[in-house]
Ligand binder design. Structure first.
Ligand code: FEO
Ligand code: CA
Ligand code: CA
Length: 644
């Protein structure tokens, strides 16, 4: 979701972690440690030994030599359209309103209806996943593509709403129904021919999932009283998924999609309700971001106080079975989930890394109780219902401790409100607070590099961190540009309860922004701000998408590539620049590295931008056509690996 855009939703929501105030002794100790941290920012782990030369606070060097990425960088800038390197080609694969399900009508922005939207590509595409066709093959030319639709921009979807977030509250009931239908996700079939990537029309797999699609609730919290509503006295069935941001996939080929800022859809006087304290920890207040509570009772906490407890989960969806109900997997905890990427432990258990994207919230991992079964896909069906959720403490000694969230252990007792594992999962943030993990600077993607096994924690920003709140893993007060941490699992095993960590890079402009750190050869176009989602190519290079670039300085969000090992380690290079108002989401490369897909989210989300006068009409640039969030494919002309 967009950051730093004061005309729209504050994506960072309200800082709701109230347990972050340190004691005075700790304050003094931290100040001392901070001096160490700033001196040796990159020296705690692998960073110092992999050959990268990092730069902070000095003049530019010319980009040359060390990077394995040879594309000609895109120059930093900001305008109505996107930019790619010379020799590359970008194709729009699918846009908001394009047909997905059978019988979908053509897009008509003047006459949006929920019934049409339920068959058309949703709004604000975010996570992108690729699942090979035929299932289980290693095909590179045919995939099921799964895409999240995170949220909607009322002011850019409908005429006459005016600008900014207050437009959301003006939506009529039919407009709210369109918005609900524009959330969720899409499954499309795509294929490559000599002309590039195309959506396969009328695929038997094609499917829309929306804010009203029936879903199951599974795992420890299923059936708990706090999940029961007047429409669902079982606590096991829910309508829809909301604010699906990033995600991941399982080794058995299902899609994991992460519900993030679900709090914003709920209205009513949360402060006067019995669950006011828990609501507050999750940012649920009467300051609703949308008009939904006015028109749909279940979004009003005064009418359905448990409905918010049914959102904020990881949802597992089988893209190969269009009839299968999505399943909310409560064993993975409830928070503002961002990514959900897996790694395999040496014994075959599945480890899933996750971030809770809020200022001062935490990094988590989930470890399945059993190994996955590569021979029998059906045997993995409910693997995610049984396992252990851990929250991370990043020590100033360069170690990560993974603290288990298990009812009955440590402070997670009935006296503290945790009588069952269901309580721990429904109120994961509250339980985690008691274990004193490290409050982070907005953890978004947390993803293992498939080549090295090292795990990258992408931290977007946190301008509310004070000097007193810095620690070695979050070393900057008023962190406006974010940073990236690299975790090295002990002995390469993702289930190890201890790991080591170091800082991979610190965002911002070297020489200008305090603490900015990259490889010394990073160019004037290669520095980045507000890292959000990431991907890896088959060579283990990281590709970082940004959300919140300093547009006032004339810099758009983009996609940056960097080596993670060798002499080019940490040398970020700008590969893509987004159109104005947009963030770049969902980066993913095909297994042969020949294509990178990107989700271009909320183009035109700028101050003063309206349906009638948007700041851009990307990607169609036709009179009367609003900007349309879209998935694009970027290939190298004549073929070859992205970035080379
Ligand atoms: Fe939806 Fe955390 O970005
Ligand atoms: Ca974001
Ligand atoms: Ca994101």
């Amino acid at each position: 979701m967009a950051a730093g855009n004061d005309n729209f939703i504050d994506p960072e929501d309200i800082g709701s972690n109230l347990s972050t105030e340190p004691a005075i002794g700790e304050l003094i100790a931290r100040r001392l440690r901070r001096r160490d941290a700033l001196r040796g920012l990159v020296g705690t782990g692998a960073a110092a030994t992999l050959g990268g030369e990092l730069l902070g606070g000095t003049a530019w060097a010319q980009p040359a030599g060390p990077s394995s990425l040879t594309f000609k960088e895109v120059a930093h800038g900001l305008d109505k359209t996107h930019h790619i390197p010379e020799g590359y080609e970008a194709q729009v694969l699918i846009r908001w309103g394009d047909p997905v399900a059978a019988g979908a009508p053509a897009f008509d922005p003047a006459r949006l209806t929920a019934a049409d939207q339920e068959k058309q590509f949703g709004y604000n595409c975010d996570f992108i996943g690729l699942h090979a066709l035929p299932a289980g093959s290693r095909s590179g030319d045919r995939f099921l593509m799964v895409v999240n639709h995170e949220y909607t921009n009322t002011n850019l979807m409908f005429a006459g709403m005016g600008a900014g977030r207050t437009a959301n509250l003006k939506a009529t009931k039919p407009q709210v129904e369109v918005e609900v239908a524009a959330h969720g996700g899409s499954v499309i079939e795509i294929a490559r021919d000599s002309g590039g990537w195309k959506v396969v029309p009328d695929s038997k797999y094609a499917r829309r999932i929306t804010g009203t699609t029936p879903m199951d609730i599974a795992g420890p919290a299923a059936g708990h009283d706090k999940l029961k509503t007047s429409a669902d006295p079982t606590g096991r069935k829910v309508l829809g998924m909301l604010n699906n941001c990033a995600g991941g996939e399982t080794p058995w080929g299902t899609w994991l999609t992460a519900e993030e800022n679900f709090n914003g859809y709920f209205g009513g006087d949360a402060e006067k309700m019995p669950d006011a304290k828990a609501y507050k920890r999750y940012g649920i207040s009467k300051e609703t971001w949308y008009g939904w509570a006015q028109h749909v009772d279940r979004f009003n906490v005064e009418k359905e106080p448990n409905e918010p407890n049914r959102f904020g989960w990881i949802v597992e969806i089988d893209p190969y079975d269009p009839a299968a109900a999505p399943i909310k997997r409560t064993a993975l905890g409830r928070f503002k989930h961002e990514g959900c990427h897996h790694a395999l432990a040496k014994d075959g258990r599945v480890v899933i890394y996750m971030g809770d994207d809020e200022r001062f919230d935490y990094v988590y991992k989930f470890v399945t109780a059993r190994p996955w079964n590569p021979q029998d896909r059906a045997a993995n069906r409910n693997l995610l219902d049984d396992g252990t959720l851990y929250v991370a403490r990043f020590g100033d000694d360069g170690k990560v401790e993974w603290l288990p969230l298990i009812q009955g252990q440590g402070p997670l007792t009935p006296e503290n409100g945790f009588s069952s594992q269901a309580d721990v999962m429904i109120y994961t943030r509250v339980a985690a607070d008691l274990l004193k993990p490290t409050p982070m600077d907005r953890p978004e993607d947390v993803e293992a590099n498939p080549v090295s096994g090292n795990v990258y924690v992408v931290l977007t920003n946190n301008t509310r961190r004070t000097e007193q709140q810095v620690n070695r893993a979050n070393p900057l007060a008023r962190n406006a540009h974010g940073h990236v941490i690299e975790i090295v699992p002990k002995d390469g095993d993702h289930v190890a309860s201890e790991s080591t960590w170091s800082i991979f890079l610190v965002g911002g402009k070297p020489g200008i922004d305090p603490g900015a750190r990259y490889h010394r050869a990073t160019s004037d176009n290669g520095w980045l701000s507000c890292p959000d989602n990431c991907a890896f190519d088959s060579k283990g290079r990281i590709w970082i998408a940004t959300d919140g670039a300093p547009t006032a300085a004339g810099i758009a969000d983009g996609l940056y590539g960097a080596d993670t090992a060798g002499y080019g380690r940490g040398l970020t290079r700008c590969f893509f620049q987004a159109p104005t108002g947009a963030e770049v989401c969902g980066p993913i490369l095909t297994p042969d590295d020949s294509t990178v897909f990107l989700a271009i989210q909320h183009p035109g989300e700028d101050a003063g931008s309206t349906f009638e006068k948007p700041s851009t009409r990307w990607p169609d640039f036709k009179d009367g056509m609003p900007p349309r969030p879209a998935v694009i494919a970027i290939i190298k002309k004549g073929g070859g690996s992205i970035g080379s």
